[in-house]
Design a protein around this ligand. Structure first.
Ligand code: ACO
Length: 331
């Protein structure tokens, strides 16, 4: 069974309520129909009757809950919660009301925050920044986590590296500034995500253009320092670096460049030293190796919210909803 089919089965076993705020995108309606038909999640679509008429015409709404934010009896509760959370940032009831009207992602996050939904998925027609900002502002990180980061599960066909060709790549989506402490936290969160989604022992490589001091530069020191912090903070995981990608993946190269490392040659969780490297890296593997790449999946939030690529298909939305539902099972 493929990775995503396994995730769908897990999602079905304990159904969660997932909100889709992008009523204006036809792929959202197609995905909602499929999610309801397959029983992957209890899907909630945010749309007014006019929006249903305009964008969802012909859609089979069986098993889909449609909520009109303008007439929803919970609206005032969400305004109050928004103000409670963001008054210090200048949010008044008027601003909250306007923001929720303009951007249904705020509405979706407030539904999660108030316990009326278990997760949200958006981004088919909104940028990553606009998709995740409401979640960062309203849901915040879970206790003990400083930064949210974004990973991809990358499934490479006919590949013996990693976990039979399955990998987690991070951070590919969120943080534009990295210091050693942030890199270390991404390593720890990613190890836990790998275990949760792939069900195997994570072997975490902190990547660089240097292996174990073969090059000297502040960028190399940053990764080497992150390895020290990660090993102190997460002694339960195998984390090593700094490693070049070939040493991380290939046992023959590892034996030459990083002898004695338990991770080198066997890495399945790849932590990139910058957002450029992570974002370009997963796209290279996706395009050139024809790998499936699922994500970006956000880790570290108090409740699951996930972003879609604007080039996504309805089937991709179904997959990300299933991933989100499985994350919601773990909250
Ligand atoms: N973890 C937790 N909280 C965060 C994080 C983080 N990584 N980043 C920002 N925040 C919080 C801030 O503390 C702030 O909270 P506050 O308002 O309560 O004080 C709030 O989020 C807004 O933060 P800003 O600093 O104003 O940041 P901004 O909203 O401008 O941007 C964002 C945050 C959207 C994550 C930004 O870093 C970003 O755009 N990242 C890159 C996204 C991207 O384009 N990725 C590549 C494409 S994705 C792909 O190809 C798959």
């Amino acid at each position: 069974m493929s990775f995503i089919d396994q995730i769908k089965e897990k999602a079905k076993a304990d159904r969660k309520r997932i909100v889709l705020p992008e009523y204006m995108d036809h792929r959202t309606w197609e995905a909602a129909e499929q999610i309801a038909k397959e029983g992957i999640a209890d899907v909630i679509l945010l749309a007014s009757p006019a929006q249903v008429e305009e964008y969802g015409k012909g859609a089979d709404l069986t098993g889909i809950t449609v909520i009109d934010p303008a007439t929803d009896p919970n609206r005032q509760k969400y305004i109050d919660k928004f103000v409670e959370l963001r008054a210090k940032k200048g949010v008044t009831p008027e601003i909250a009301d306007e923001q929720m009207k303009k951007d249904y992602m705020y509405y979706a996050c407030l539904m999660c925050k108030c316990g009326d939904a278990d997760g949200a998925v958006s981004g088919a027609c909104h940028s990553t920044g606009n998709t995740i900002r409401p979640a960062l502002q309203l849901l915040k990180t879970r206790p003990g986590v400083k930064s949210v980061s974004g990973f991809f599960i990358v499934d490479v066909p006919n590949c013996t590296y990693g976990e039979n060709g399955q990998f987690l790549f991070a951070d590919c989506a969120v943080n534009t500034d990295f210091d050693s402490a942030k890199l270390a936290e991404i390593a720890g969160l990613s190890a836990a995500s790998f275990q949760a989604f792939i069900g195997a022992e994570p072997k975490v490589a902190m990547l660089s253009y240097s292996t174990k001091g073969s090059a000297k530069h502040d960028d190399v020191t940053k990764v080497a320092d992150a390895v020290k912090i990660a090993n102190e903070t997460y002694p339960q995981y195998q984390i090593d670096g700094e490693l070049q990608l070939d040493a991380a993946l290939d046992p023959t190269v590892a034996a030459l460049k990083a002898p004695g490392s338990k991770v080198a040659g066997h890495a399945n969780t790849l932590i990139f030293p910058s957002l450029e490297a992570g974002n370009i890296g997963y796209k290279l593997v996706q395009r050139l190796a024809k790998a499936d790449a699922y994500g970006p999946v956000l880790q570290g939030l108090s409740m699951p919210v996930n972003d879609l690529s604007r080039g996504c298909s309805a089937a991709d939305i179904v997959g990300v909803v299933a991933l989100t539902a499985v994350q919601a099972q773990q909250v």
